[in-house]
Write a protein that binds this ligand. Sequence first.
Ligand code: 1CP
Length: 354
Amino acid sequence: MSELKNDVFLRALLRQPVSRTPVWIMRQAGRYLPEYREVRAQAGDFMSVCRNPELACEVTMQPLRRYELDAAILFSDILTVPDAMGLGLYFETGEGPKFERPVQTADAIRSLRVPNVEKQLGYVFDAVRTIRRELDGKVPLIGFAGSPFTVGTYMVEGGSSREFPTIKRLAKEAPEVLDHLMDVVAETTTEYLNAQIDAGAQAVQIFDTWGAALEADEFRRFSLASMQKIVEGLTRDNDGRKVPVILFTKGAGRLLRDLAQVDCDALGVDWTTSLADARGYVNDKVALQGNLDPATLRESPEVIRKGVADTLASYGDGPGHVFNLGHGITPDIDPDHLGALVDAVHELSPAYHS
Ligand code: 1CP
């Protein structure tokens, strides 16, 4: 493998000294980019892009051609895992993800099995290898998966949900059935992430978008515990370098304290918690990633620059900060506004590193 030319992202995740704060953006490949929309239109739909390693590689590279980002992220989705478990993932135009065969009863959940990950998800590992070749050591590649609880919400509700009625009923009425769902998804996800690491992923992020919708004790039993199981089973070394693990529970707030006890390297923080407070919660045990409100990107370049300045100041001096939004970039953003954000991080962050 070619040597990594820019390791500022990996170093920051391990809280090692850097000369500036690294930056990447959740959903940096996606619908706000006209060149992405073109590839997706030609492919026909979203999953056809994911299943084709050349196209997945192309859209992964698109944001790196426009902006000086410090990491690439595999183009895929968290719902490839339940798709591989036989639930039949599909996307209807203009709508969110759906499953042909959701698992809504205790019996359906009890009969779920860990699939043959290599066979069912081989297209993802092919994409990882293709992207690593194309990156040629420019920046590291992030692999990812959803948390078992977040993935579980889609499996049980059959698609996107606002209130999570079915999975919340399980948590309250049949918690041991939900434990089983978490176990099967965690085991599958551990194999899935390890195969991404084997194929060349140099860091991994677990997206826990909905875990904080649970009560605190339920969050610990279902979401946190299942992420902990995954982290315990991960290969932490690739090509002689440590593979850092990032956990991102959206809306975690004070639960960041609990998350920092998991054996991960970094925690994602959304904009409802300041980085200064987050740093206090985790006591510098782990690095932090975030946390500009994605809505800021709708504003002028001056307002964006001020938002970047405030975010950097909130984290303060020293290593251990990876700049990002507090959640994914939305499809309505002007691509030039993201350029203003990245430039501001490059210009303003060296002052925080001696
Ligand atoms: O082109 C399209 O219409 C599809 C839109 C889209 C995209 C660009 C989906 C469907 N997934 C993706 C890619 C994706 N999804 C990435 C790629 C890498 C990158 O960041 O550039 C990643 C990391 C995800 C992760 C993901 N998918 C999450 C967790 C992160 C988050 O944003 O909260 C979740 C919850 C999903 C489910 C999903 N897939 C797609 C959509 C629109 C959704 C969200 C649906 C919902 O809100 O419930």
